[in-house]
Design a binder for this molecule. Sequence first.
Ligand SMILES: CC(C)(COP(=O)(O)OP(=O)(O)OC[C@H]1O[C@@H](n2cnc3c(N)ncnc32)[C@H](O)[C@@H]1OP(=O)(O)O)[C@@H](O)C(=O)NCCC(=O)NCCS
Length: 204
Amino acid sequence: MSATDYIQQNLHPDGMQGFVIRNETAQDERAREDLLDRAMGEGRRRKSSEKLRRGRLPSAGLAFVARGADGTLLGSVRLWDIQAGHDTTGKPVRALLLGPLAVEPLLKGQGIGAALMRHAINEAARLGHGAIILVGDPEYYERFGFSGSKMSELAMPGPVERRRFLALELKQGHLAGCHGLLSPRGRKSSRSMKILPVSLRFSM
Ligand SMILES: CC(C)(COP(=O)(O)OP(=O)(O)OC[C@H]1O[C@@H](n2cnc3c(N)ncnc32)[C@H](O)[C@@H]1OP(=O)(O)O)[C@@H](O)C(=O)NCCC(=O)NCCS
């Protein structure tokens, strides 16, 4: 069943009745990519955050989907291992980059995005990570504790609107004194190296 068919059959006047958050599986890839195209459009591949994700696997245990009762994929969020510059002693600082977060467009405002965010934050904390960074609208992400207060000395590897450059510390003080450029640190995806055009393989 397509996501649209599922939604038409299951969307009640009171909102979405029942979804669960689960770890993403390899079988979710196609539905996830279709959803991201629908929710974010083609421009999603040109975002600065993509430079930190391209050719990498998500952080272990930190890729989640929202599913309807029959398993249809309704939302997605993933977190990525990055280095958030250095601290004041010159030590590299590890962090997570969150994104993309996307929900089936017909189901916006039903609490799926918030459920994915809360689950992702809880799991990242449980796994011992120190901080989550993202680029997104503060009007949405502030409700989960994100702010720009720790980001003034950090930079993305590409253009970023300062007001949308946000972080949440999972361990207090984890980003104190952090400065420099965000860089990828995640496990490499051998498959993505095979499908990238040659010109992109050596560009970052
Ligand atoms: C952003 C997104 C993930 C939110 O998911 P969702 O399931 O619709 O969100 P929730 O149901 O948890 O929350 C809905 C609330 O968030 C608000 N909200 C959603 N997106 C917002 C935004 N960009 N800025 C401010 N508020 C936003 C809604 O107005 C609503 O407010 P209310 O609770 O006061 O009515 C979803 O709208 C989406 O997929 N958008 C397209 C992709 C995208 O922009 N992703 C984020 C990249 S920054």
